[in-house]
Ligand binder design. Structure first.
Ligand code: SAM
Length: 260
């Protein structure tokens, strides 16, 4: 029997123990021929289920967990069905911009302290074709918000600019051991475009400098008022519109006009 492992807070370790939620994640996996990549396999409970579906690459930062995973999954590792990489996933991305040389689907119960950063990297990674991730519910709301919602933000717009975003399931703290202090949710992003335009991301950061202010005012330090007024009128936009009231398509159209 394996020795008990104590969850390490600094690595955001909350192990998903509810088999029903694990199955909901498996059912939501896209139907694709690509390899699966799991960030943070932890004790390997979800990994075991994922391996029934397809070959997996898993990336784990915690060396104690890696020792245990190497022992528990020795057959799968020997057969090549599972590849275990002991590393900080952000460093792996730092080196090449891509986690894999081939297309892959990302599935993960993410460490919450770097969840947003991981999702943004995966959305930029050209080889990543889809994301199915458990994150803090508050962060999930930011990615799945619709125009007009107060939570509508650059994260939702960037996600929608590359594909479709949906909320799969809400998950209560009791589904984990140890239980986190926050509610969680699983979201899925299916890419229709391989990556987003970094200039568009920068434009959105400027547009949302003060989210409750008028969009025109947020953009004025970067563009002349006359130029902005001209393009707002051409797109039929109310000059008093606030950033969260725009749609992804109007943001894309405005960005094209202002950069062109
Ligand atoms: N997948 C497991 C589950 O569902 O029970 C564990 C999920 S736990 C929320 C997050 C996992 O990510 C932990 O195993 C943790 O050690 C790992 N992790 C944290 N930071 C990481 C990093 N920078 N790179 C790779 N793995 C990381």
């Amino acid at each position: 029997m394996s020795t008990p492992i104590r969850a390490k807070k600094q690595f955001g370790q909350n192990f998903l123990k509810d088999p029903w939620i694990q199955q909901k994640i498996i059912e939501a996996m896209p139907d694709s021929p690509h390899r699966g990549v799991e960030i943070g396999p932890g004790l390997g409970d979800l990994t075991k289920e994922l391996l029934k579906k397809r070959p997996m690459v898993v990336i784990e930062i915690d060396s104690d967990l890696c020792v245990r995973l190497r022992s528990d999954f020795s057959h799968e590792i020997d057969s090549g069905r599972l590849t275990l990489i002991e590393a900080d996933v952000l460093c792996l991305w730092g080196r090449s911009g891509s986690l894999q040389a081939e297309p892959y689907d990302l599935v993960a119960n993410l460490p919450y302290y770097i969840a947003t950063e991981i999702i943004l990297r995966a959305m930029r990674d050209r080889q990543c074709r889809s994301l199915l991730v458990m994150i803090q519910k508050e962060v999930a709301q930011k990615f799945t918000a619709r125009p007009g919602d107060r939570a509508f933000s650059p994260l939702a717009i960037l996600a929608e600019s590359i594909g479709t975003v949906r909320r799969v399931i809400d998950v209560p703290p009791e589904a984990f051991d140890p239980a986190p202090k926050v509610d969680s949710a699983v979201i899925a992003i299916t890419k229709e475009r391989p990556t987003y335009d970094e200039a568009f991301a920068q434009f959105l950061r400027r547009a949302f400098t003060q989210p409750r202010k008028q969009l025109l005012k947020n953009l004025q330090p970067h563009q002349s008022r006359d130029e902005l007024a001209y393009h707002f009128e051409a797109l039929g936009l109310d000059p008093r519109i606030r950033p969260h009231e725009m749609t992804t398509d109007t943001f894309l159209a405005l960005h094209m006009r202002l950069k062109g």
